[in-house]
Design a protein around this ligand. Structure first.
Ligand code: 5GP
Length: 138
């Protein structure tokens, strides 16, 4: 499947649709997931146009992973979850629904189940105070 330049994350990167931003540098962007599986669910994407991890350049991969670790540290410091799951899906059969490569950072709380993947959208305004705590921990 060829990279679709009109996928939702490509539109976020071009500023055509809004996101609750946590961090941005020359090669990556991190923002809140609008259908969080847990409070603080954050996404990290490379700016490079790549559908999945197999298509991403080594340089893009290094940038994405460095930002993923940076944001995971800020989530830990800012939100103090009991743990964190990092996930990354390649292809519809694996559960990928947005075809621009990304990492999920999902805080976990002891005993609390995860909400289903990409199911219920929250109000963007409710994500802003959570993003502010992550940003302040960067
Ligand atoms: P995937 O299923 O591809 O691994 O994950 C895509 C993620 O993107 C899902 O967790 C979904 O909730 C999230 N998502 C889908 N559309 C939007 C959107 O318009 N804005 C944001 N911030 N997240 C989105």
């Amino acid at each position: 499947m060829a990279y679709d330049p009109d996928n939702i994350f490509a539109k976020i990167l071009r500023g055509e649709i809004p996101c609750v931003k946590v961090y941005e540098d020359a090669k990556t962007l991190a923002f809140m997931d609008v259908m969080p599986q847990a409070s603080g669910h954050t996404l990290v994407i490379p700016k490079e146009a790549a559908e999945n991890i197999l298509d991403l350049s080594a340089e893009g991969l290094v940038a994405m992973m460095a930002t993923t670790q940076k944001i995971a540290k800020a989530v830990k410091k800012g939100l103090a979850p009991d743990g964190m799951v990092l996930t990354q899906f390649n292809g519809p059969a694996a559960g990928q629904t947005v075809f621009h490569v990304h990492f999920h950072i999902i805080p976990r709380t002891d005993g609390a189940p995860l909400a289903p993947h990409g199911r219920s959208m929250v109000d963007a305004a409710s994500l802003e105070p959570i993003a502010a705590k992550i940003r302040s921990a960067l």
